[in-house]
Design a protein around this ligand. Structure first.
Ligand SMILES: [Zn+2]
Length: 126
């Protein structure tokens, strides 16, 4: 049977990898998650300034969507982020604007935002 992939643009933080994978498996019913990690990717994407990193993220998303047929891209922020040490409300705004940036890349995939809280519980953000 064909396996279903999703794509996560996640923080590099080792604490948030498994929670994000498990959430996507359970809630989005995917088998595997292609993990694209940077320190505080919500900040990087919402600023949309660092061309080298942005292009690198975009190239990896393209591989995931084209080669693994991922139809879901999750952009993640989390509590106590070393790469993006800003409060939750600001991080949620950054996730929302990151979603708009990634939408403009025009990949054939749904884009969602996820927040990982202090208990490593994942929730989708509106
Ligand atoms: Zn982080």
């Amino acid at each position: 049977m064909k396996k279903i992939f999703a794509t996560a643009i996640n923080c590099m933080d080792g604490r948030v990898q498994l929670p994000v994978i498990h959430w996507l498996q359970k809630e989005a019913l995917v088998d595997y998650v292609d993990m694209i990690t940077e320190p505080g990717p919500n900040k990087i994407l919402s600023e949309n300034k660092d061309r080298a990193i942005i292009e690198s993220i975009k190239t990896r998303v393209e591989i995931s969507t084209k080669m693994r047929n991922s139809k879901l891209i999750a952009i993640v922020g989390h509590f106590d982020c070393a790469g993006n040490p800003t409060p939750k409300d600001i991080q949620l705004k950054e996730i929302r604007s990151a979603i708009e940036i990634v939408k403009d890349w025009n990949f054939d995939a749904k884009i969602i935002g996820l927040w990982v809280d202090e208990n490593f519980k994942v929730s989708s953000i509106k």
